[in-house]
Design a protein around this ligand. Structure first.
Ligand code: DGL
Length: 282
């Protein structure tokens, strides 16, 4: 049964992440599509998602998506690989038909996979991601669907990276130890890898450091630009959804954590001063 509580008027595009990582996606989306309005929701009080079970990631993600719908969004982007890997399919298949079949939720994994085939020459690609994303096996499964056995993936879980970034310790000497360890595991596991996907929206903050550890022939695929381009194409193709997205060029931020903490940490990811509001799930 359709949820009649949801606002029907056009509204902003919702961007969701477990914490701050989605801000790297939001930045590129706003650059590509500055005319739209955006609502960013970071579930900072319950981050990280990467170490949590399927059921918990699904429950938290669904709560946040529903909240964004209630705030007027008709289209929500899960700017989080862990949520895209563990919750997107269930939300699309089971929840949207009940909540409102005319609303849409999209993830960040598919645009990355569509791009990787144009870049790898050896057909060997690496994935750096959270434990949750690696365990879900979503990247290898989606790659197999698109490329069959022409591309093989080796996945490396990097459980320390998100906490290091969220604590602003990612450029420290201590962080180097973990980053080198994971990158070298990946390259040793499959020396033919020529493309590495950063499968976590936090990782663009480590991009330069990662690149400095790689041989020159290895490309690094960061998601922001890919997701932004893919969203532009999506809106162009789906005029019925595009018509439900308001266009005043605004962006509002919401967090489940304390606002002061969100604003000070968000400055790591954004180059502008922002205002944020606290929300709580009851
Ligand atoms: N930014 C999320 C992702 O892309 C992970 C952060 C977390 O573990 O909550 O996977």
């Amino acid at each position: 049964m359709k949820n009649t509580q949801l606002p029907t008027a056009p509204g902003p595009i919702g961007i969701f992440d477990s914490g701050y990582g989605g801000l790297t996606i939001l930045e590129k989306i706003r650059k590509e599509l500055p005319q739209y309005d955006y609502l960013y929701l970071g579930d900072n009080a319950r981050t990280p998602y990467g170490t949590r079970s399927f059921d918990v990631v699904y429950k938290y993600t669904l709560e946040c998506v529903t909240h964004l719908f209630e705030m007027g969004c008709h289209l929500v982007i899960l700017a989080c690989n862990t949520a895209s890997a563990k919750a997107l399919r269930s939300i699309q298949q089971n929840d949207l038909p009940l909540l409102d079949p005319n609303r849409r939720v999209l993830g960040v994994i598919r645009p990355t996979i569509e791009a990787v085939g144009n870049i790898t020459k050896t057909g060997h690609v690496g994935l750096l991601a959270t434990n949750g994303t690696v365990q879900s096996n979503s990247y290898p499964l989606e790659i197999e669907k698109v490329y069959g056995d022409n591309i093989t993936v080796y996945s490396e879980a990097c459980p320390m990276w998100v906490p290091l970034i969220e604590n602003n310790e990612h450029l420290s000497v201590g962080a180097d130890y973990f980053i080198k360890q994971n990158v070298s595991h990946l390259l040793t596991a499959d020396p033919k890898i020529d493309t590495i996907m950063l499968g976590c929206t936090h990782y663009p903050l480590l991009e330069e450091k990662i690149k400095s550890l790689l041989p020159e022939n290895v490309a690094v695929l960061s998601q922001g630009r890919l997701v932004a381009k893919s969203l532009a194409t999506y809106l162009h193709r789906h005029i019925e959804i595009e018509a439900l997205c308001t266009k005043n060029g605004t962006c509002h931020y919401f967090t489940t954590e304390a606002v002061d903490k969100f604003i000070s940490s968000a400055s790591l990811f954004l180059k502008e001063d922002i205002h944020a509001e606290h929300i709580e799930f009851v």
